[in-house]
Design a protein around this ligand. Structure first.
Ligand code: NDP
Length: 313
């Protein structure tokens, strides 16, 4: 019998995902009825493909559901839903990862090469004396060594940057100096000239970059945050920028999104705001991941990218 898959998202995303998911299911040999109809009787639904902007909040009636597949990598908005007792999987999508690598490398290179001086400083003065250093002399901290952090770390390493990685559990990654725990974080921050935050938002990571930890960085360091806004203490960040402890920050994610027009980040000369566009799940590369997970569930095999509710990611 065909399974019923409910796509719980907006019409825009349904239009983008409908065909790729249908094709991927066919390719995976999964017989399924795919619908976005919110009136689908809950007791007939086997799988939910979920976007947090969906109106679906109460998972209680979906007693037959064998898996909820989140369409985004971050799960902080769904993982605490008390009605969700079904297995929850997060998205690990090659297209999403590729986009994040491009964003992080692009902004790291902007800082590394001092591009702003040339983009915004064309004043007729020939400053030939300032040649950018090589990447091999500029340590980068990668906070978070998951799907996205590892890919970004590898790309930066490939360009020559010494990469200092930090994660909850100790990792052993080729070419990356890996650290874990509070002492590891302090060791990493003490040497990093560019910091990239790619940890998920959990009770343990809220306010991760506070005044004390920002003060550990070498003076004049740069920060790139495509992780989550609440990883950073906003007031501490502004103070670090004002004092020169931080030279500049590129922020893609915020405690409140959209970032309110009156927020000081918009006007601060030390902040570049990007509107949560670092990367996004791509239908063509994510659909096979969704189909493979449903195939696994049907076959009773272990699910990919299962969220640990206790850890929150
Ligand atoms: P993963 O779950 O694959 O990796 C998370 C990493 O963070 C792991 O290395 C994990 O450690 C580490 N981590 C988690 N908690 C802690 C902690 N308390 N202390 C130290 N390290 C910790 O996530 P992804 O790489 O797929 O995604 C990371 C985040 O990126 C997402 O949660 C989301 O917030 C953000 N994101 C932003 C996007 C954007 O457009 N701005 C797009 C997509 C994602 P360990 O390996 O030991 O488990």
């Amino acid at each position: 019998m065909a399974s019923t898959i409910l796509f719980a998202g907006s019409d825009k995303y349904w239009q983008a995902y409908r065909e790729p998911i249908a094709q991927a299911l066919e390719g995976a040999g999964v017989r399924a009825h795919l619908t976005d109809d919110p009136a689908t009787p809950p007791e007939t639904v086997d799988y939910i493909v979920y976007m947090p902007l969906s109106s679906l909040r109460d998972f209680g009636p979906y007693r037959r559901v064998r898996m909820v597949q989140n369409l985004w990598a971050g799960v902080e908005r769904i993982v605490t839903n008390p009605t969700l007792t079904q297995p929850l999987c997060r998205m690990v999508d090659p297209g999403l990862t590729r986009g994040m690598v491009e964003y992080v490398v692009g902004h790291a290179m902007r800082y590394h090469l001092g591009m702003d001086a040339h983009l915004f400083g064309q004043d007729g003065i020939w400053r030939h004396g300032v040649i950018p250093p090589l990447a091999t002399t500029r340590p980068v901290a990668m906070l978070g060594l998951g799907a996205l952090g590892q890919a970004c770390a590898a790309a930066l390493r490939g360009l020559g940057f010494p990469v200092l990685g930090w994660s909850r559990t100790q990792k052993d990654l080729p070419g990356i100096e890996c650290h874990a725990g509070e002492a590891g974080l302090e060791a990493v921050l003490a040497r990093a000239q560019i910091v990239v935050a790619l940890v998920p938002l959990t009770p343990d990571t809220i306010g991760l970059l506070d005044a004390r930890r920002l003060a550990l960085l070498p003076r004049g360091a740069f920060l790139i945050n495509p992780g989550r806004g609440a990883l950073i203490d906003d007031a501490a960040l502004l103070a670090a920028l004002d004092s020169g402890q931080l030279a500049h920050a590129t922020l893609d994610v915020f405690r409140e999104e959209p970032l309110p027009p009156a927020h000081p980040f918009w006007a601060h000369p030390g902040v570049t705001v990007t509107p949560h566009i670092a990367s996004e799940t791509r239908p063509e590369t994510a659909a096979p991941v969704i189909a493979e997970n449903i195939r696994r569930a049907e076959a009773g095999e272990p699910l990919l990218h299962l969220v640990d509710r206790g850890r929150g990611y």
